[in-house]
Design a protein around this ligand. Structure first.
Ligand code: ADP
Ligand code: MG
Length: 608
């Protein structure tokens, strides 16, 4: 057999390596920012065009490169940061693999202009698909500027799979945030298509956090400090009220490198346990310093994973440090009736084994009491229980009837007046959480909070789709200042918010005045609720249908009746009626059930 194995050409090998290192424009941003930091820059500027698809430019005032280095830096395995494998355990720089620039230059058109402080002239190198096409001396500022143009111009499949500008920009902002938060002593600028996204001066860690995450955190940060012979922990955790439903604001830095580590993340979450509602994530920015020989960074080309020699001890130290910080600042558990519990009641199936029911006594319940205020409607509703009592076996059937009623709403009274009604329709609230509706031996249990969320969701989604909803002017316009991320989210959702009835003014430079809110939002609106809405919607920003649904669910959640809230008879009846009119009444968000029907047959069997 003839020989078939060949060594891959250099540029093909580089492109293969680029598959791991350069996944999207944000990867280029990360590598270039990190190189600037390794070059000891004190000011780093990032300019981006078209979410990085046209241009990513990073200029720094660092130590620059000699003419020879300016060419060599694009070679694979070319690095000034390590010389032997032992150095892998003495790493104090961000880079060490010498493959980022080689990878980038294999999938983009790259130029570098660089000048070390002591040289009069700098060097200009242009490279395309791993080939140097030009190198000339040039006049330029001290430091280095990289220009990465038309990323993936020669890998159409990669370019095709890039996401919308909004999403790619979001990824770049994430990378920028991580680098800027890790290095508060360096000044950073970031602009996109000529608009400033961030401009952060050199500052303390606390100031940097506020500059990047927003001034709303300035009085919500609790310092964490712990020094042991294994690891030093510094940084901040957010007070429990800053916990969010997404993981976005959790930062772990090890020797000034952002890393992802689920195990250590768990150490933080468990320390917060019982202080924050389940399903929410605490804000934290922890800066760990650990001897480089105690960790291994060389696990993945992107270097966001780290192995520890003694991970358990690090876990225990972080956990204890956070507990201590919380204790020191008197942050103690509080009772919160609004907390959603995760109890799910499965509908009973025939043949299922019955367990004795738990008896809870509502001392204020009066079985003889009738709804006096809404007799007419009660009477009407009683009708459909009567009409179907013989042949209705499940709640799905009840819904059909309710829809039928809805359709014939105009002659509703007529519909029911023909009927003979012996059954009673009554409502009772249980545990300030459930509404128990009973009629003719049937018992339907509604989860009050979820049921109302479903009702409101359908109302809001209809408003978004049809537009022109009623607005209520705010007496005092609510002036808000967004951080860069929120500003992007706001612009992506603005149209839907306006269809709902929001009115905004002076929406520029990350500042917005809320002039009017949807009439239906009255009572629940606050700047925080709007920010929460934007946060909830961030993962689906580019998908129109999901974005609308997310906005509607978010509004429904903040507006709905809560668990723990007492309901009057008319309120319970109203809720029931409205739910029955929904197009999908059975479930709230994420398919969590809104109702449960007790099977009258099973009830009978149990007591026989
Ligand atoms: P690594 O960072 O792993 O060494 P890179 O491919 O990112 O590999 O960079 C290769 C080399 O180019 C670096 O080791 C460094 O010497 C030089 N270099 C890259 N960016 C800069 C910069 N902004 N300023 C000075 N030197 C740089
Ligand atoms: Mg590098």
């Amino acid at each position: 057999m003839s020989d078939i194995i060949k060594l891959l050409p250099e540029h093909v090998a580089n492109q293969i390596a680029a598959g791991e290192v350069v996944q999207r424009p944000a990867s280029v941003v990360k590598e270039l920012l990190e190189n600037a930091i390794d070059a000891e820059a004190t000011c780093v500027k990032l300019f981006v065009k078209d979410a990085g698809k046209t241009l990513i430019q990073v200029t720094d005032n660092g130590k620059g490169m000699s003419p020879q280095d300016a060419r060599l830096c694009f070679e694979r395995h070319a690095t000034s940061k390590i010389t032997s494998s032992d150095d892998l355990f003495r790493i104090h720089t961000k880079g060490f693999r010498g493959e980022a620039l080689a990878s980038i230059a294999s999938v983009a058109q790259v130029e570098v202009k660089t000048r070390p402080g002591n040289d009069e002239l700098g060097t200009h190198v242009s490279i395309e698909a791993s080939k140097v096409i030009n190198q000339t001396p040039t006049q330029c500022a001290e430091g280095t500027g990289f220009f990465v143009k038309n990323l993936f111009y020669n890998v159409p499949a990669r370019r095709y799979f890039l996401k919308s500008d909004t999403i790619e920009l979001r990824h770049m902002m994430d990378e920028f945030q991580r680098v800027a938060l890790a290095h508060p002593d360096i000044e950073f600028h970031f602009s996109h298509n000529g608009n400033e996204v961030y401009q952060v001066p050199a500052a303390s860690i606390r100031q940097r956090i506020v500059h990047i995450l927003g001034s709303k955190y300035s009085d919500k940060l609790v310092p964490v400090e712990e020094s042991t012979n294994i690891v030093t922990v510094n940084g901040f955790i957010g007070k429990p009220e800053t916990a969010k439903k997404t993981r976005g604001e959790q930062f772990l830095f090890i020797n000034q490198r952002f890393v992802k580590n689920t195990y250590l993340n768990h150490a933080v979450s468990t320390a917060f346990q019982s202080l924050i509602p389940s399903g929410t994530f605490p804000l934290y920015l922890l800066y760990l310093e650990i001897a480089p020989d105690q960790i291994d960074i060389n696990i993945h080309p992107t270097k966001t994973e780290i192995k520890f020699q003694d991970e358990r001890s690090v876990y225990a130290i972080i956990h204890a440090a956070i507990k201590r910080a919380l204790g020191k600042f008197n942050i103690v558990p509080s009772l919160d009736f609004d907390q959603e519990t995760s109890i799910h009641i499965e509908p009973m199936r025939s043949g299922a084994e019955l367990t004795p029911p738990q008896v809870h006594v509502n001392t204020s319940f009066n079985p003889f009491e009738k709804s006096s205020t809404n007799n007419e409607r009660s009477h009407a509703l009683r009708g459909w229980f009567d009409r179907k009592s013989a042949d209705v076996s499940g709640w799905q059937e009840l819904m059909t009837v309710a829809t039928e009623i809805e359709r014939k709403q105009t002659n509703r009274e007529a519909l029911f007046s023909e009927e003979q009604h012996d059954g009673e329709l009554s409502f009772m609230q249980h545990a300030r959480k459930y509404v128990i509706c009973s009629a003719n031996g049937r018992v339907l249990v509604l989860h009050q909070q979820r049921a109302h969320q479903r009702v409101l969701f359908e109302r809001f989604i209809h408003a978004i789709n049809s537009g022109g909803s009623a607005s209520q002017q705010l007496l005092f316009p609510d002036s808000m200042e967004f951080n860069a991320l929120q500003w992007m989210q706001f612009n992506a959702c603005r149209e839907e918010l306006e269809s709902l009835g929001f009115q905004f003014e002076n929406a520029n430079k990350q500042r917005v005045s809320v002039m009017a809110i949807p009439t239906d939002y009255h009572g629940s609106y606050s700047s925080e609720s709007l920010l929460e809405l934007l946060q909830d919607t961030q993962s689906v920003l580019e998908y129109s249908a999901e974005r609308k649904a997310s906005i509607a669910w978010s509004m429904a959640r903040s507006n709905a009746i809560k668990t723990g809230q007492m309901l009057t008879q008319p309120e319970m009846e109203n809720l029931f009626q409205q739910l029955m009119r929904c197009s999908e009444p059975y479930a709230a968000q994420h398919q969590s059930p809104t109702m449960f029907q007790l099977d009258p047959q099973q009830l009978e069997t149990y007591f026989q």
